[in-house]
Design a protein around this ligand. Structure first.
Ligand code: ATP
Ligand code: MG
Ligand code: MG
Length: 238
């Protein structure tokens, strides 16, 4: 657009810089993915290949954008946390910052659209919702597979608590929800971790190590303090 007759469009851009020294979170959510998953005959409630494709796209983002320190993915969405000191696209909340990410995402998969940037507590809320939704969806699709209509399955699950859904899964279908693969129950998270890499051996055969940041993909509980206590450096600006 620069130096073209369309450059005037830039004068209409909002220069709304995000608060300095705060984490920027960009959440990308697939557009009309319910339909997309039907058309492409996704396995319900969790198509593992689709989740793996999402994860490989997100891993590619870590390669491309060093400012990303953490990412969380579930269903058709991925949230990316940029480090506090990030100057990415001058911290502008609209336009380049988000579009840049989305283009990259699009180039790896057919997942479109973004819903803007939100704060970290919102991401944690999303994580919790992701866990709750997955348990619901697991019950729902087991009921449908067992011959119930979608409406009947909805009615059976209406107003049920977590423990009741666990009981239903166990008693009706012999499924222990905790044994379902963690990628489905917990979603996926990606972060950078310091590792001591062996670079060579000296004459005495002793390994010479050098610290290096490695990108890690995991499927664990990030809501409680345990994960963050075990990985205290993820959100530090280092
Ligand atoms: P919107 O455009 O408003 O985001 P949507 O159709 O994408 O609408 P969402 O609320 O984002 O709706 O929900 C995502 C949908 O995609 C759900 O219906 C979910 O079942 C489906 N979906 C996403 N990922 C998977 C997956 N890995 N396996 C099976 N289904 C999936
Ligand atoms: Mg969606
Ligand atoms: Mg969604």
């Amino acid at each position: 657009m620069a130096n073209s007759r369309y450059e005037y469009v830039k004068s209409f851009e909002a220069h709304d810089a995000l608060l300095p020294s705060t984490w920027i979170v960009i959440r990308i959510d697939g557009c009309h993915f319910h339909r997309f998953s039907d058309v492409h005959e996704f396995e319900k409630p969790n198509d593992e290949n689709a989740l793996k494709l999402m994860n490989s796209c997100a891993l590619a983002m870590f390669e491309q954008f060093p400012d990303i320190v953490f990412a969380y993915g579930v269903s058709d969405e991925y949230s990316f946390v940029l480090k506090k000191s990030s100057k990415f696209y001058e911290r502008r909340s609209r336009k380049s910052c988000i579009d840049g990410e989305v283009w990259q995402f699009k180039s790896h998969s057919p997942l479109p659209e973004t819903h803007g940037s939100v704060n970290l507590s919102r991401v944690m809320q999303d994580v919790e919702n992701g866990h709750i939704n997955n348990q619901y969806n697991t019950c729902f699709w087991m009921l449908v597979d067992s011959g119930k209509s979608k409406r009947e399955a909805q009615d059976i699950l209406k107003g049920t608590q977590t423990s009741e859904k666990n009981e239903l899964l166990y008693e009706k279908f012999g499924i222990n929800y905790n044994m379902i693969p963690a990628i489905f129950r917990k979603g996926s998270c990606i972060y950078r971790e310091m590792v001591d890499e062996i670079v060579k051996y000296n004459e005495a055969g002793t390994p010479i190590r050098r610290p290096r940041k490695k990108v890690v993909l995991d499927h664990c509980d990030i809501i409680g303090p345990e994960f963050w206590n075990e990985h205290p450096t993820i959100l530090l600006d280092k």
